[in-house]
Design a protein around this ligand. Sequence first.
Ligand SMILES: Cc1cc2nc3c(=O)[nH]c(=O)nc-3n(C[C@H](O)[C@H](O)[C@H](O)COP(=O)(O)OP(=O)(O)OC[C@H]3O[C@@H](n4cnc5c(N)ncnc54)[C@H](O)[C@@H]3O)c2cc1C
Length: 382
Amino acid sequence: MSPDDTTRSTDDLTVTVSGGSMGGLFTGIALDRAGHDVVVFEQSTGELRSRGGGIVAQRSVRRFLADHDVADPSGLTTTTSERRFLTADGDVRTATPDSMAFTSWDAVYRRLRDAFPDGRYHTGRRVDDVAPATGTVTFADGIERAADLVVAAEGGRSSTRAGLYPDVSPAFADYVAWRGVVPESDLPAAVVDTAADRFTFYQGDGLLFLSYFIPGADGGVEPGDRRLNWVWYDTLGERDRGRIFTDASGAERRFGVPPGGLRDPVERRRRDRASTTLPPTFAATVAATDEPFVQAIYDLAVPSMVVDRACLLGDAAFVARPHTAAGTAKAADDAVELAAALDDHDALDAALAAWDRERTDAGSRLVERGKRMGDDRLGLGG
Ligand SMILES: Cc1cc2nc3c(=O)[nH]c(=O)nc-3n(C[C@H](O)[C@H](O)[C@H](O)COP(=O)(O)OP(=O)(O)OC[C@H]3O[C@@H](n4cnc5c(N)ncnc54)[C@H](O)[C@@H]3O)c2cc1C
């Protein structure tokens, strides 16, 4: 930084946000409402579409939506009052009172997108390079944009992170999450009965299956309108090892295969395994799913979220395993705390240093917790 830059105040900042998913929109809204001049650039063209569906509506996410007048959280959440573990035969192993709220990725994304001004959200704009010392970004078309602050909310495969930290990359955790979403109306009545008002699990040998209701594709949260979201953590058998991430078109995918992309033999083996290893209600749930898909589980942690005027936020900085159910909440907290740090400090570098200390610590702890939870539940040891 030049001498002038070190004295840059935190008033009326210009901010470039790279990435327009959850993290980018949380940041855009939080900083815009705090009076800064924020523009978001998303590489995808058009609307982002959900890869799967379900997310736990943690308190941070609900509070963000309410505090920033984005939405009334109760209008986009389903709730449960019991956590239930089943036996392999489908009997109840344990049932514990537990209040949880769930929502869908698309319901939250849509509300956030509607709450952020169209004129400040640009699609089809990929940030190719970030110069942290000057706050200048260069887009894929060669155009440059200078700002006081750059926030890279680019997800787990962030190119800005790769540029800042070439030695940090996602580490495969040796298991995957098979996933699916089924409209409630497509489910057998017995499955709806078992899932109603419950967060339901089956813990098997080297596998964990769970399901919960989320809002329907049109946002409905009433019984009959919802979708059942399921996640099946599983280690890979010899036949699938190294092969499931080749999709139906023959392309190699390191991070998973989206809905509709699984090769036929892989999908068939998965359905067979469901019918032989899962309790009947979960086997029926998988059977009723049109397009199951798969995501690799991985860990990622950066040593620091701030380099000069560039910040890494959300999954670009830390990816914690989904057992923590905290990825979206972490992105919301990162954004809220960034706005708060800028408000609490007069000088930009002091604000960023304070934010970095707090959020890097929170992110590192969450990643470690996710490793313990996942390895424990999948019986991987370590
Ligand atoms: C389309 C989509 C669907 C998802 N669906 C689910 C789901 O159903 N359930 C669930 O639990 N989680 C889902 N996630 C993940 C979840 O959103 C995140 O884990 C979490 O909310 C943190 O979000 P993030 O914004 O940090 O990262 P991400 O959500 O991964 O978003 C990163 C964004 O940055 C954009 N981007 C990347 N590089 C650049 C660049 N160089 N220039 C410009 N833009 C760039 C990407 O296109 C992407 O939109 C989904 C993510 C995406 C992108």
